[in-house]
Ligand binder design. Structure first.
Ligand code: NAD
Length: 445
């Protein structure tokens, strides 16, 4: 089967590589010449574990190519996937559909035979119908269908998520388009992964509802964590006790410095906006957005307390800046709120992150990048764990504390415990949702 994927970002590239691994003949298109040059040289422009190897395998097998020439790429493609960005539109929180609509028009002008135009980008309800209108207007003679196929992969585990999904969601209007989508995902059908076939609007809504629900779950546990801090309860024990309830589940119940990343912040804002447009306010989602902002600000207050009320002149070591481990993605990361607050308050900030420097350098002016956690902590007044990379889970805390000016730690991912920190020689340790006064009793982390 011949497939074209437009946009070679986190979603488009992973989708293209995995489709080619299914055995399809795939062309990946991007308008960014630097990205295409890298891909043609066998390099992956993003950090995603396992992607480079899988890409090389399929390029070698002759099933995967890259180009900037959209018209050539979609010639004879049975399905064309739109996987370009849908960032928050400046000013109103709506998803910006400029890139999606521009690509739809380009496809319309270049396509010759029956094509299924599939939107993989996360788009507001009603967008696929608009894509249909745009394509029809640009090329009234073209025989085509639209399909909605939202993506649920997680950065850092993207290949596994794509190859072994919880479900595939496909919204279609015709049997013909449904048959094409069946062929695209046949390898997953055959292995009994659930495929949910819906109408266009439901498919679009599923994506926003799923992301808003997950963001709500994270935000809920973060709010409970704040209450734990005041009441003496321990959020790790609370999460465990809640998560064992099969109706709740243990995922997305880890308290932290607030959600970030390329999806939750923009998708919650877009859902709130869709609700306003239809006069059905998404009150829960709106509260989640507000509380998440407060959670990030609360983190700054925690650090300020540890610095005796002023960042001025303090040396602060920040471990991890990407929005989560195993990605280089910095979009809407909590670090983008917390680090500027430190720098703005007069702290000398040293940052280390296994993959974050490339993106982070431009986004975090005024910080010094160092190779590892020990270099960052040398002569520092405070160490802050912001992202739970594996590298930071097994630190030699004693070695770290020994070389700090004032050994203090803010563990915003609850990797360690008061007991660990005290034993290593830290004289202050704060985490999320756990009393900083008493050693924790769980003895786990
Ligand atoms: N990143 C994720 O984890 C994730 C997960 C699920 C869904 N999504 C959704 O998938 C979509 C893409 O997200 P992403 O993170 O991959 O974005 P991204 O910004 O990493 O990639 C988008 C790519 O599209 C390219 N592009 C833009 N306009 C183009 C055009 N006219 N022609 C060709 N290429 C063009 C850009 O150059 C860029 O390489 C978004 O709607 C997002 O919400 C993302």
């Amino acid at each position: 089967m011949k497939i074209a994927v437009i946009g070679t970002g986190y979603v488009g590239l992973v989708s293209g590589v995995c489709f080619s691994d299914f055995g399809h003949d795939v062309v990946c298109v991007d308008k960014d010449p630097a990205k295409i040059a890298k891909l043609e040289a066998g390099e992956v422009p993003i950090y995603e574990p396992g992607l480079e190897e899988l890409m090389a395998k399929n390029v070698d097998a002759g099933r995967l190519t890259f180009t900037m020439d959209l018209a050539a790429a979609i010639e004879s493609a049975e399905a064309v996937f739109i996987a370009v960005g849908t960032p928050t539109r400046r000013g109103d929180g709506h998803a910006d559909l400029t890139f999606v609509m521009a690509v739809a028009e380009e496809i319309a002008l270049a396509a010759k035979d029956y094509t299924v135009i599939v939107t993989k980008s996360t788009v507001p309800v009603g967008t696929n119908r608009k894509v249909k209108q745009v394509v029809h207007k640009a090329n009234p003679d073209l025989e085509f269908d639209v399909a909605s196929n939202p993506e649920f992969l997680r950065e850092g585990a993207a290949i596994d998520d794509f190859m072994r999904p919880d479900r595939v969601v496909v919204g279609v209007q015709t049997k013909r388009a449904g048959d094409v989508m069946n062929d695209v995902y046949r390898p997953l059908f055959l292995r009994d992964f659930p495929v949910v076939i819906t109408d266009l609007e439901s498919a679009e809504m599923i994506k926003y509802a799923a992301n808003a629900f997950l963001a709500t779950k994270i935000t809920f546990i973060n709010e409970i964590a704040a209450l734990c801090e005041r009441t003496g309860a321990d959020i790790k024990q609370v999460s465990k006790g809640m998560g064992l309830d099969g109706r709740i589940g243990n995922k997305f119940l880890h308290a932290g410095p607030g959600y970030g990343g390329s999806c939750f912040p923009k998708d919650t804002k877009a859902l709130a906006r869709i609700g306003q447009e239809h006069a059905v306010p998404m009150q829960i989602t709106e509260a989640v957005i507000k509380v998440n902002e407060e959670v990030k600000r609360r983190m700054v207050d925690k650090l300020l307390d540890l610095c005796d009320g002023s960042f001025n002149g303090k040396v602060v070591a920040v471990l991890g800046v990407t929005f989560k481990p195993n990605t280089d993605d910095m979009r809407d990361a909590p670090a983008l709120t917390i680090v500027p607050a430190l720098v703005g308050g007069g702290a000398k900030v040293r940052v280390t992150d296994p993959q974050g420097k490339h993106e982070g350098e431009a986004l975090l002016p005024g910080v010094n990048w160092v190779e590892d956690a020990y270099k960052a902590a040398r002569n520092a007044d405070l160490v802050v764990i912001l992202t739970e990379w594996n590298e930071f889970r097994g630190l030699d805390l004693k070695r770290m504390a020994k070389h700090m000016t004032t050994p203090r730690m803010a563990d915003l991912r609850n990797i360690y415990s008061t007991k660990d920190a005290k034993r290593a020689g830290f004289d202050a340790y704060v985490s999320i949702g756990r009393s900083s006064l008493e050693p924790t009793t769980d003895g786990e982390s």
